[in-house]
Design a protein around this ligand. Structure first.
Ligand SMILES: *Cc1c(COP(=O)(O)O)cnc(C)c1O
Length: 371
């Protein structure tokens, strides 16, 4: 065997995004024990910085030691009890996964469906809440990475609270890329990922849980069925200060990477990061439209960090993507589900969201399509 040396790519797909060299070098620092006081101090800082990223004062804000999908499962495993009625919005792949989680944990899923490529309809959700006064949770995806549609999390959370539901929100792609305010909007349980707009390595899922959601958790009649994801146990490990007890071995070096990405986020400023994603999206959009390439999502619902565009007539989807990869070291994403073979998903997430990448992408696409 030989060492593995990956090619150097520009990652403009749906994630992972380019990892900043500062983050890669932070991860190469010496491994220390996960109960070492120095590590515990770094963890406390990480939790504080995540509160800033989520715009929350929730004490239970922490990184789950596994990818975004595990953050999703953490929220549903802890908050859904057998028999719970959960309204779940489906407008793409990740809403379907939410529904799968609800039924696996014994909940009854009430589905509100919208076309792929559109935002979740607040009118339909309001109707579903009225039709199901016994529902206890509303779950939806803030930024649907499978289509590039952004939903109105603030209004959806308001509606949920008017009907006494707590909210579970997927913010894997939104955190750090578009406006997101956990406390102000009344989000009760939220999960994200490190490999999208935080531009850290894949494999960690920051979550945040409100007091209202913790009350539902502590009122459970039966224990959480997942041992690893049970927040009652995890809190003993991630809780404040020195009395930390062993739960699992934290991915020490990966968390150095997350810490570094949060240092970079606080240096840039959250609002500046949101503005950078928007500005670069507009530059990419103008370039694509100049080439006659159109967007799947209507303007007001578009995610700046995930640009789903129709593949031009006559272009061979797989051939174009492999030319971009082989000749330009440039990765863009394929379409999913009903849009497989019909759209490309061009990511401008985190460290990827830079002018030089937009220039590369537009030039490489133009040259490839002209061939
Ligand atoms: C990427 C993504 C996930 C899953 O995250 P993983 O880290 O791949 O497990 C969940 N939801 C959305 C909206 C995503 O974009």
């Amino acid at each position: 065997m030989k060492s593995f040396n990956p090619p150097i790519r520009t990652l403009m797909g749906p994630g992972p995004s380019d990892v900043h060299p500062r983050i890669l070098s932070a991860m190469a620092r010496p491994t220390i024990g996960h109960l070492d006081p120095a590590f515990v101090g770094m963890m406390d800082e990480t939790k504080e910085a995540l509160k800033y990223a989520f715009q929350t004062e929730n004490d239970l804000t922490m990184p789950v030691s596994a990818p975004g999908s595990a953050g999703m499962e953490t929220c549903f495993a802890n908050l859904v009890e057998p028999g719970d009625k959960v309204i779940v919005c489906i407008n793409g792949v990740f809403g379907i996964r939410m529904k799968e989680n609800i039924t696996r944990f014994g909940g009854e899923a009430i589905v509100v469906e919208d076309d792929w490529g559109t935002a979740v309809s607040t009118d339909k959700v309001e109707q579903a809440l009225k039709d199901n006064p016994d529902a206890v949770i509303l779950a939806f995806v803030h930024a649907e990475t499978s289509t590039g549609a952004l939903s109105d999390a603030k209004t959806l959370c308001q509606l949920a609270h008017q009907h006494d539901c707590i909210t579970i929100v997927d913010a894997v792609t939104s955190l750090g890329g578009v406006e997101l305010r956990v406390d102000e909007w009344g989000i009760d349980a939220i999960y994200s990922g490190t490999q999208k707009c935080l531009s850290a390595m894949p494999g960690i899922s920051p979550i945040s849980i409100s007091e209202r959601a913790i009350k539902k958790l502590t009122d459970r009649k039966i224990p959480v069925t997942s041992w690893f994801l049970d927040l009652n146990l995890v809190m003993g490990y991630w809780g404040e200060g020195a009395k930390r007890t062993y739960h699992h071995t934290a991915p020490v070096n990966t968390l150095y990477g997350l810490h570094e990405s949060l240092v970079m986020l606080s240096d840039e400023g959250l609002e500046n990061a949101w503005a950078r994603h928007q500005k670069n999206h507009e530059i990419l959009r103008d370039g694509l439209e100049e080439m006659g390439i159109n967007f799947l999502v209507k303007k007001e619902d578009r995610l700046p960090q995930l640009n789903a565009v129709f593949i031009p007539e006559g272009a061979d989807d797989a051939a174009v993507r492999s030319t971009l990869l082989n000749d330009y070291n440039l990765e863009i994403g394929a379409g999913l589900g009903a849009y497989a073979g019909k759209v490309w998903r061009i990511g401008l997430m985190g460290h990827t969201s830079r002018l030089e990448n937009i220039t590369l992408c537009l030039a490489a696409l133009k040259a490839t399509l002209n061939k």
